[in-house]
Write a protein that binds this ligand. Structure first.
Ligand code: M6R
Length: 608
């Protein structure tokens, strides 16, 4: 996720672009840049780091004159955060500059084609292919060049373009990435979201996928792919700036919960090509994978729990033992690790101190390391032999949601990829599971859409000092994460337990009306978990069960039931966790907790 902004009018564009970028900084903040058209030439300023650095470099924009320009704040996906990889990117002839939010999935083939035609690439980004395509297709008509370029792109993009030949205009295009046009008087704007616009105008045009616009200070013309004009309605922006940053949601956590279908899709889609899983970022050959006799997954907190859930998927599909170890334990455990161990390290931030230490320890013993990380260029990504990024975009809320589900996404890809390579599953089974994996973003969306009653359940259960979360196998791993979500944001004691272990001690704590969240998704062990539900109910517990749609067995034993769509049990964590995140959110809200910044916690734990 990145932020883009554009201005054309009578005022100096640079200060307006910089102000807009400051508002968009929550969308990405590893590097930033602006490009201005002035006197028939384009000048660009880019820096690594925050917008404050860009303000310093440009003397708050004063050193970059011009009344038309574009800006970008980056959340790196392809290529580490650096001045060169920062946007805007310029064409070789200096005629075009562009900013882009999204991911171009076919950039490698376009890169090869353009290189063969003599175009020179400066950066490691997927974006740069766009500006060279524009140069290639430009024959004096910018609209046509933009349309021809867009037709070549696969993936997602919100694109802002300036051209030295047409100094007062901005060109924009959109496909599966947000883009809003701001309508002013004698000046017009575009931005990734309304936060960057509301200080200047509250009149907006929402561009749809496949639409293009030509923006001059006096007017905005919108076209479809056939260059036919499209009549657009001007809407009134009613949000204040704070609400706008959160996409209208009250908290970042809720916004990020809602972003999960998109984040999951962004993580898996570029890695599934022609019915195969492509993990270009690694060199996991058949020979190497066959030499692995043990996979160790290490991480902290939710990232560790994502590993716990995926352990079942990897073992089932690949028939290789998977050991999950908390990083803070592993680092001091004198672990039995050698060159036949594949170490998978999970970290949203890529900066967690214990995870870094555990990784170094295992590397020194000869393990090959794969890092599944959200922040490009982070310490863990750099230390690993290979980094597989979760393309979730910046996660602001301390409680991770989309970070966790996208870690599952990569682990599911890895399981299927490895199983196929080493031949531990048949082609038929691979194809069936790949289809199931591709359907997961929709199933996650369906889970969000059909769980409006979670708020009602939260009203019923929020006033409690203690809760239990139980399940078996994957359901137990999800219970661990569900309980962590509840405790970290609502401060309610929430204990997760393997359902079969209750009778070995914990059941002594079950008393009248103690809430027990029971995860019962796995059909094969359903009867066993049902027996545990009956046991806690007999001791007075109020049972809130979570199961798949159509399982009516549960109604007679639970007080309340949350239904989620039926997916393959190997992937069920990705849907089961959603209502638990929502439950924790609403319980915390009813308890008036500081949801995005829970007490005593930090987003990135860089100390031991
Ligand atoms: O950045 P990391 O994924 O390495 O962080 C690990 C944990 O600190 C993190 O998952 C933490 O448990 C979250 N606050 C949970 O929501």
């Amino acid at each position: 996720m990145c932020g883009i902004v554009g201005y054309t009018g009578v005022q100096g564009a640079s200060p307006i672009l910089l102000e807009g970028l400051k508002k968009l900084e929550y969308r990405g903040y590893d590097s930033a840049g602006i490009a201005l058209v002035n006197d028939g030439t384009i000048s660009i300023a880019k820096v690594t780091g925050r917008i404050a650095n860009l303000c310093e470099k440009t003397n708050d924009g004063k050193d970059y004159p011009g009344t038309t320009g574009i800006g970008h704040t980056r959340w790196a996906t392809h290529g580490a955060p650096s001045d060169t990889n920062a946007h805007p990117h310029m064409s070789n002839d200096g005629r075009f500059a562009i900013v882009h939010n999204g991911i171009i999935e076919n950039y490698m083939s376009l890169h090869d084609e353009l290189t063969a035609k003599g175009y020179h690439f400066e950066s490691e980004t997927d974006t740069e292919v766009i500006v060279h395509l524009l140069e290639m297709y430009y024959k004096g008509d910018i609209r046509k060049a933009v349309i021809k370029t867009s037709a070549r792109l696969q993936g997602s993009y919100a694109l802002g373009v300036i051209c030295a030949d047409d100094p007062d205009k901005l060109y924009v295009a959109r496909e599966a990435s947000p883009l809003i046009l701001g309508v002013g008087v004698g000046e017009n704007f575009f931005a990734s979201d309304v936060t960057a616009l509301v200080s200047y105008t509250r009149n907006a045009i929402y561009l749809e996928d496949g639409e293009f616009a030509e923006i001059s200070p006096e007017e905005i013309k919108v076209f479809d792919v056939a260059l036919q004009p499209v009549n657009k309605k001007i809407s009134r922006i009613v949000w204040d700036i704070q609400a706008a940053e959160k996409g209208g949601y009250e908290h970042f956590m809720l916004k990020e919960i809602m972003e999960q279908p998109r984040a999951f899709k962004a993580t898996i889609a570029p890695r599934i090509k022609e019915g195969e899983i492509v993990l270009d970022e690694t060199d996991l050959s058949k020979e190497y994978l066959e030499s692995v006799n043990k996979i160790v997954i290490t991480a902290c907190g939710s990232a560790y729990y994502a590993g716990c859930a995926a352990k079942y998927t990897i073992e089932k599909l690949c028939r290789v033992p998977v050991i999950t170890e908390l990083a803070s334990e592993l680092r001091y455990a004198d672990p039995l690790i050698d060159e036949h161990t594949l170490l998978i390290v999970l970290s949203q931030s890529g900066e967690t101190a214990d995870t870094i230490a555990a990784m170094k320890e295992c590397k020194s013993r000869g393990a090959k390391t794969i890092a599944i990380v959200n922040v490009v260029g982070s310490t863990i990504a750099k230390l690993a032999d290979h980094a597989l990024y979760t393309w979730a975009g910046p996660e602001i809320a301390v409680a991770t949601t989309k970070g966790y589900t996208t870690q599952l996404a990569v682990l599911y890809l890895f399981s299927l990829y490895t199983a196929k390579k080493i031949g531990s599953i048949s082609d038929e089974e691979f194809n069936r599971l790949l289809t199931a994996l591709k359907a997961l973003p929709k199933k996650i969306q369906e889970t969000i859409d059909t769980n409006s009653k979670i708020h009602q359940l939260a009203i019923k259960y929020y006033d409690n000092k203690s809760m239990f979360f139980i399940g078996r196998n994957t359901d137990y791993a999800i219970a661990l994460e569900g309980a962590l979500k509840m405790k970290e944001i609502s401060y309610i004691h929430a204990e997760s337990y393997a359902a079969g272990e209750l009778k070995h001690g914990t059941i002594a704590l079950i008393e009248e009306h103690r809430p027990v969240v029971a995860l019962c998704y796995n059909e094969k062990i359903m009867e066993k978990t049902l027996s545990n539900i009956v046991e806690v109910k007999a001791r007075g517990a109020d049972v809130l069960a979570l199961t798949y749609k159509g399982n009516h067995q549960i109604v007679s034993v639970a007080n309340d039931v949350i239904y989620v769509p039926k997916v393959d049990t190997l992937f069920s964590a990705a849907v089961e966790i959603i209502p638990l995140q929502m439950l924790a959110y609403y319980v915390a809200k009813l308890n008036e907790c500081d949801i995005d910044k829970p007490k005593n916690l930090a987003k990135s734990v860089t100390v031991e």
